[in-house]
Write a protein that binds this ligand. Structure first.
Ligand code: SAM
Length: 395
């Protein structure tokens, strides 16, 4: 992939600044940093990382399109699920990583039409740049909607009741990479490439990093029950040590209600398969997907598929019930996406909506690889989104 050839001078300069930050971290660490530290810098280094700085990211001019960006049909279904829960719990909606604010807008507009607006719509966003975009977009809504939106710097200290939403947030948490050598997992890291002046992948603790692994011998976040012996020599995979602590903080805050997370991923038994020997790490740069995270540093998105078994385990540890797990297609169909399309009276618009629904639902697009998971506490509300399909036994 030669997308780096098309970088503008500004992009090149920005990429160099991010690289300088990564190089400094590598030097400070004595020659190599774990992949998760690299990914955290590339995506979230203040003022520099892909999500922290000004890259366009979303939409046709950006690097990727998420479901709420692609179609309001997605947010309408999510809103109806929120409506059921809020009818029982009251309280607020708290959205994590709200992107451009597209989901927040659709959810608020749909709940207003259902006369079911929550008292507050809170957003917790780590990117200052995206927070500014969300503020601009949502300030343009009717005052009755815009007035309910507030941004948080951290999770609320008081117990929270209502719905927590996270669409494509879990896959953006920094992950570790590992390689299987003689039936054991070795942690992968990033070092300087003396020849090109760029970066290269290294196995931490190996001779390439100049001696013992200063970062610890194990792979943080590696599932204890992963059968490494069943994976071929040289198999590479990812795991996310940030996932369990993140869910634990949500669990500590949620008094009553639902965490609804939607993301691409699989149950563990289907994620770490011998055939998937290069893992699931994916970079998005101008709507091209590739697996070289060490290029276009700070200018491209880096993600890895979510281990939904790890999500469920973390939820149980946090005292939450795994109340539903299904494909995105089943979730949206159960919440009436087809009725929304059929209700469109204008023929051209109906055709456009039908096309959007296909992308959201088709197995070879977003329908199958994206999953919805419901984590609940003290909740006796119906969860219609999970009524069509129950994949929890796969977790
Ligand atoms: C792939 S984007 C998805 C954006 C949006 N939810 C959507 O579907 O269009 C990932 C988002 O998660 C945010 N994010 C990453 N880590 C986060 C965290 N720990 N807490 C809250 N937001 C986070 C990013 O800044 C970004 O807004």
């Amino acid at each position: 992939m030669h997308a780096e050839l098309t970088l503008s001078p500004d992009e090149r300069a920005h990429g160099e600044r991010v690289l300088a930050e990564v190089r400094a971290a590598i030097t400070a660490a004595g020659g190599a940093i774990p992949f998760a530290q690299f990914m955290a810098l590339a995506l979230y280094a203040p003022g520099l990382g892909y999500y922290s700085a000004g890259a366009r990211k979303f939409g046709p001019d950006g690097d990727f399109t998420t479901a709420p960006e692609m179609s309001a049909l997605f947010g309408r279904c999510v809103a109806r699920q929120c409506c059921e829960v809020l009818a029982t719990t009251g309280g607020a909606i708290l959205e994590f990583g709200a992107g451009t604010g597209a989901l927040a807008q659709t959810v608020l507009e749909t709940l207003a039409a259902l006369d079911a607006l929550p008292a507050r719509y809170l957003i917790l966003e780590v990117s200052a740049e995206l927070r500014a975009r969300q503020q601009q977009r949502l300030a343009a809504l009717a005052p009755a909607l815009a007035g309910r939106v507030a941004w948080l710097d951290r999770l609320p200290e008081a117990p929270f009741s209502g719905v927590m939403l996270a669409n494509e947030v879990l896959d953006a948490l920094p992950c570790e990479r590992f390689v299987v050598r003689a039936g054991r997992a070795r942690r992968l890291g990033v070092a300087l490439d003396g020849h090109s002046g760029g970066l290269r992948e290294v196995e931490l603790g190996g001779p390439a990093t100049g001696g013992p692994d200063a970062t610890g011998a194990g792979v943080p976040g590696l599932p204890a029950d992963l059968d490494l012996a069943a994976l071929p020599e040289g198999y590479r995979g990812e795991c996310c040590p940030a996932l369990a602590p993140w869910i634990a903080t949500l669990g500590a805050t949620l008094e009553r209600g639902l965490v609804l997370a939607i993301d691409y991923g699989l149950p563990r038994s289907a994620l770490y398969l011998p055939d998937r020997r290069d893992g699931t790490l994916l970079c998005h740069f101008r709507h091209r997907a590739h697996d070289d995270a060490l290029r276009n540093v700070g200018l491209q998105d880096i993600t890895a598929w979510v281990d939904f078994t790890a999500v469920a385990e973390a939820a149980v540890d946090a005292g939450l019930d795994v109340a539903g797990f299904s494909t995105q297609a089943a979730f949206l169909l159960a919440l009436g996406i087809e009725t929304d399309v059929a209700r469109e009276s204008d023929t051209a618009l109906r055709a456009a909506r039908a096309g959007e629904a296909r992308r959201l639902l088709m197995p070879n697009e977003m329908g199958e690889i994206f999953k919805a998971i419901a984590l609940a506490r003290d909740l006796d509300a119906p969860l219609s989104g999970f009524a069509l399909q129950d994949l929890r036994r796969q977790l």
